[in-house]
Design a protein around this ligand. Structure first.
Ligand code: TYC
Length: 103
């Protein structure tokens, strides 16, 4: 017999480490054409924001150029950004939502 698992041999333990999935930001991008009220409506319907929160995000993007709307797992962030961008496109507006990974 070989010395597998005798007192002299070190046993191997596997420690499984799980990590939280990286989160991705959905970012609202300002433009010169989409009406403010339309942006607020999209934020309320796709991101379930209330009027005050949606207005604040819209206004921040309007003044600063962009605003982080929320963070999600990558799939959810990409789906919501596409849905929100598509709502603008369907109404003839250039409204853009993008995503980027969090640090
Ligand atoms: N800048 C637009 C306007 O003056 C409003 C707007 C705000 C559009 C935020 C896009 O992400 C945006 N009508």
């Amino acid at each position: 017999m070989t010395d597998n698992n005798t007192s002299t041999q070190q046993k191997t333990r596997t420690k499984t480490k799980v990590e939280r999935p990286r989160l991705h930001k959905v970012i609202l991008v300002n433009d010169d054409y989409t009406p403010r009220e339309f942006v607020v409506t999209v934020l309320k319907s796709v991101f379930h924001m209330n009027e005050a929160g949606a207005f604040r995000v819209m206004h921040t993007a309007h003044v600063r150029g962009t605003c982080v709307v929320a963070v999600f797992t990558r799939d959810v962030a990409e789906t919501k950004a596409s849905e929100a961008t598509e709502l603008g496109r369907a109404s003839g507006y250039p409204l853009q939502f993008t995503t980027e990974p969090e640090e």
